[in-house]
Design a protein around this ligand. Structure first.
Ligand code: FMN
Length: 302
């Protein structure tokens, strides 16, 4: 058999393979470049950016759990202007689509960040984070109220001509309603899931382990929930779906693709193995060869 075709499209964004790095787990790419060839990735999604730089939450803000981690970073970032000036030139050297994850405390701020990205060279798309559970203001309401989510999408679409991926929160009763709402508002794709709100307590101190008290759970513990939500979303939307949540191996990524995702993002695994995404790409290729499947797209959906 000739080499399998791993390429996929997310709206107009063309990826050489379906494996991206998840926002907040891969910085702005620089830290990973000594360990892996960034050109091999399907896409890089950068750490979430706001209009102004943010310091994030006080420490401790990351703890390990039995099957993943709990974080309350609080969206620390360099701000959109420093990203464009100091981080993007490095990423532009690579032949890999760069997707910029953005957030704001209100709709104007979301639109403001998107506007700054319009016409900037070297950006393939915007991922709107409407789902961060770790910031006090904003955040939650956009991720849990379908009307508010739709308003953010419309504002971002108006502010920039780039393709828009909306990243959904799992902290809702019915993911289908949120997926449909953002599709109806004009989102070009959806990605899911973000972290699930969790909490851990130090029984010796009788205090929460995180300074923020609650945090976002990620890693293998959330994978079955994420797979179920991707499968549910796939039943109601026509736009491409990007599956995220506890993907550590190629088999994990394949679960999402078979559930209906066009592509996947690798998050917590990057902290454990810097080359996790590369191994996953190679594993998907090996699977296609083993089962004599010509294109990864042929695996999509059950
Ligand atoms: C330390 C950390 C920081 C994160 N920061 C962001 C962020 O800035 N924006 C965002 O949309 N998601 C952020 N996420 C969520 C991840 O992109 C991903 O949705 C989540 O971790 C689930 O995937 P995983 O189980 O593979 O890690 C962050 C996750 C972690 C663990």
């Amino acid at each position: 058999m000739s080499k399998p075709d791993l390429s996929v499209n997310i709206a107009v964004i063309k990826l050489k393979n379906p494996v991206m790095t998840a926002s907040g787990t891969f910085g702005y790419g620089e830290e990973f470049s000594p360990y892996i060839d960034l050109n091999k990735l399907g896409a890089i999604v950068v750490k979430g950016l706001s209009l102004k730089p943010r310091q994030g939450n006080p420490s401790p803000r990351i703890i390990e759990t039995p099957a993943g981690m709990l974080n309350a970073i609080g969206l620390q970032n360099v701000g959109i202007d420093i990203f464009i000036k100091e981080k993007l030139p490095f990423l532009r050297k690579y032949d890999v689509p760069v997707i910029v994850n953005i957030f704001g405390e209100n709709i104007d701020e979301y639109a403001g960040v998107a506007k700054r990205l319009d016409d900037v060279e070297g950006i393939a798309g915007i991922e709107i984070n409407i789902s961060c559970p770790n910031v006090k203001k904003g955040g939650i309401i956009f991720g849990t109220d379908p009307k508010e989510a739709g308003r953010v999408v419309k504002a971002v679409k108006k502010a920039a001509r780039l393709p828009v991926i909306t990243k959904l929160s799992p902290n809702v009763t019915d993911i289908k309603i949120m997926a449909k709402a953002v599709e109806d508002a004009g989102s070009d794709a959806v990605s899911l899931i973000n972290t699930i709100t969790g909490m851990a307590i130090d029984v010796e101190k009788r205090k929460p382990k995180l300074a923020n008290i609650t945090g976002g759970l990620s890693g293998p513990a959330i994978r079955p929930i994420a797979v179920r939500m991707v499968w549910e979303a796939a039943k109601v939307v026509k736009i491409p779906i990007i599956g995220i949540g506890g993907i550590m191996t190629a088999n994990d990524a394949l679960e999402f693709i078979i559930a209906g995702a066009s592509a996947v993002q690798v998050g917590t695994a990057n902290f454990i193995e810097p080359d996790a995404a590369i191994k996953i790409i190679e594993g998907i290729n090996g699977y296609l060869v083993k089962y004599n499947v010509r294109c990864v797209k042929d695996l999509m959906g059950i």
